[in-house]
Design a protein around this ligand. Structure first.
Ligand code: SAM
Length: 219
């Protein structure tokens, strides 16, 4: 039995309770709920926080960053409308948890992180659990053009404006989910590329994310 399988058995009741909580908060996509049910979130946080891993809250992961609140992960994933085999780009790998959710949905996952320590620890735990996303250390505000276009792009840090490079790395029909606002609060925006130079924008709920720092983000 691998470490991942063994560990999945721990906290299984708390994990089920967390799924119920986020379902009650409005998440309907059963595949997203199933992914959260099967991923051992406690392995994506420091052992000092593992007892809190199944609270519906963000937790510190070092470098002043956080693993997003499970409801937020579920909401962003639901908005992406992931289909099996979709090529999805994530900006802000952080702990690697959102990448794991996308892998569970059968996506071909690409993820960029700017902090070396987080990039390395995410890579280690994702490999240990048998997930195979493509990870890169760098500035995600520029996207990852080598593998574009994507069916979906999710930004897991708060941007001052919608990063234009990301819009242009979408396939036609592809969706970009990005929180945009000041550093205190952001509105979740979903942009769908409807044509070569045509985009549809939807503005959804308010959230609070750590800042997206980079050439097309905050200084
Ligand atoms: N998806 C992550 C998870 O599941 O743990 C959430 C991580 S946290 C809310 C946001 C992450 O975005 C942080 O790890 C931060 O370092 C990263 N970040 C901020 N600006 C970035 C940029 N320009 N490129 C790549 N990563 C960035």
């Amino acid at each position: 039995m691998t470490k991942g399988n063994r560990s999945k058995k721990r906290f299984s009741r708390r994990r089920a309770a967390l799924v119920k909580t986020i379902e009650e908060k409005g998440i309907k996509n059963q595949q997203v709920l199933q992914a959260i049910h099967s991923i051992p979130r406690h392995l994506f946080v420091d052992t000092a926080f593992e007892n809190r891993a199944y609270e519906d809250s963000a937790l510190p992961i070092g470098n002043g960053q956080t693993i997003s609140q499970p409801y937020t992960v579920a909401a962003q994933t639901e908005l992406l409308e992931v289909q099996e085999g979709d090529k999805i780009l994530e900006i802000g790998t952080g702990s690697g948890y959102q990448s794991a959710v996308l892998c569970e949905l059968g996506a071909d996952v690409y993820s960029v992180e700017r902090h070396d320590k987080l990039y390395r620890s995410a890579k280690e735990i994702l490999q240990e659990l048998g997930y195979r996303p493509h990870l890169k250390l760098g500035d995600g505000t520029l996207g990852w053009s080598a593998y574009a276009p994507y069916d979906g792009i999710v930004v897991t840090a708060g941007a001052p404006v919608v990063p234009e490079d990301l819009m242009h790395q979408l396939k036609i029909g592809g969706r970009l989910v990005v929180p945009v606002g000041d550093q205190k609060s952001q509105v979740m925006i979903r942009i769908t590329r409807t044509g070569e130079d045509e985009f549809k924008e939807e503005r959804l709920n308010h959230f609070k994310f750590v800042p997206l720092i980079g050439e097309k983000g905050w200084d």
